[in-house]
Design a protein around this ligand. Sequence first.
Ligand SMILES: *Cc1c(COP(=O)(O)O)cnc(C)c1O
Length: 502
Amino acid sequence: MKYESTRGGLEKITGAEAIIKGIADDKGLYVPVQIPGLPLSIKEMEGMSYQQIAYEIIHAFFDDYTENEMKACIDGAYDSKFEAEEIAPLTEAGGAWFLELYHGKTAAFKDMALSILPYLMTTACRKVGEKDKICILTATSGDTGKAALEGFAKVDGTEIIVFYPENGVSQVQERQMVSQEGENTHVVAIKGNFDDAQTGVKKIFSDDEMKEKLARRGIKLSSANSINIGRLVPQVAYYVYAYVKLVEKGAVKEGEPVNITVPTGNFGNILAAYLAKEMGLPVKKLICASNENKVLTDFIRTGTYDARREFHLTSSPSMDILISSNLERLLFLLSGRDGHNIRNLMESLDREKVYSVSDEIKEGMKDFYGGFCTEEDTAKTIASLWQEEKYLTDTHTAVAYKVYRDYVKETGDETPAIIASTASAYKFAPSVASACGIDDERVKSLTCAGTEPTGFDYVRALEKVTGVKVPSGLKDLDTKPVLHNKVCGKDQMENAVLEALD
Ligand SMILES: *Cc1c(COP(=O)(O)O)cnc(C)c1O
């Protein structure tokens, strides 16, 4: 299986090479030259463990890895560091199946891919004879940073540098990152917002002088963001796994379709569901759920992607995104792999913050339904799922569930539904507690004896009231020592990288 850039023109490279590079030299994203079919029938996968299904699916995309290499990657990634034995359990609530993707170390779904990416990458380096050290450079609005740090901490031959906006992540997210152990981990706050961090990182990636400086130090940059194909492919596995488990439970008959709803930010997770469908998994609709930053809802409904709008800070911050990078891959596939067309669209997006797609692409988008959820409805949804179903969801998952209910209301389509459940409620405890009617006075009386409650007090209060167990990665986080305290201006990120590496 070879990989090609979404912007055309470049030679085709192996999976291992694409994983090391992260992003193509023409700024395009790598996609497989052909989407493989499901390597086994659903029947053959019945009874298989998560690890076995993940092996089959990931190996179908990265067939340049030997059986032993791929098995070692899977075994290293999906082990007891996940708090659920099934890795990605399904829970039925409110007439849908919640696929819980947050039982990894950092309590967000990013662990599903970032647990295996370091193994895929270091194996790739061995395979292609890469001598340089790989430095992972990542900008984060909260969840990616910690998951990438956990994944790459103490991995030989790698360094990882994470930039986050100084006042742009929650207290829990910040402490998760700055308490990270591992000599090869570096965490830097920047004086700016997430877009500044992201722009700074992109600039470093495309700076030839910087590339040379790093080459002299024997270092190559790579990415752990979802632009890396090594992050996308492992996510396909859990949709196949979920389908097989629904068949085992008797919730669907083999071959019967399901609908999949995904709370969407950068369009990575839902693109993985699309790839699963293209492999042959029986999926009817892909329901793309947005919060008040509803660029994607509008795009799916009109064919015009228009990022010229106000940016909203919401209670589901991992979806506060106006430019969804992975959409580029879908457009490429739907355009009949027309790299020239995609280059034009993306240049238009860079220049004018808007583009419209061809009728051909619009036609292909018919597999998708787009909807969005307001802040008020997010809170109401959390409350009703908790009060009526005793099922505690985080803000992102609540957005997905609400949009799914809207879809059913609008279409009457009662096809069995999978909701991608992307974070533990405790990761966003202040919003979830408030949605459940636990007000600040109650938090104070339960935890901090009248002083101003911290993010950590909300975690404790929510646990006391609901009895739902706090994931171990989030427990007693405020007692963990701060090991990183660097802050830099948004124009000093290059220096910060060199300092970290010297
Ligand atoms: C990253 C993230 C998302 C968005 O996923 P994309 O792949 O970027 O669309 C949704 N929910 C949570 C909790 C996340 O961390």
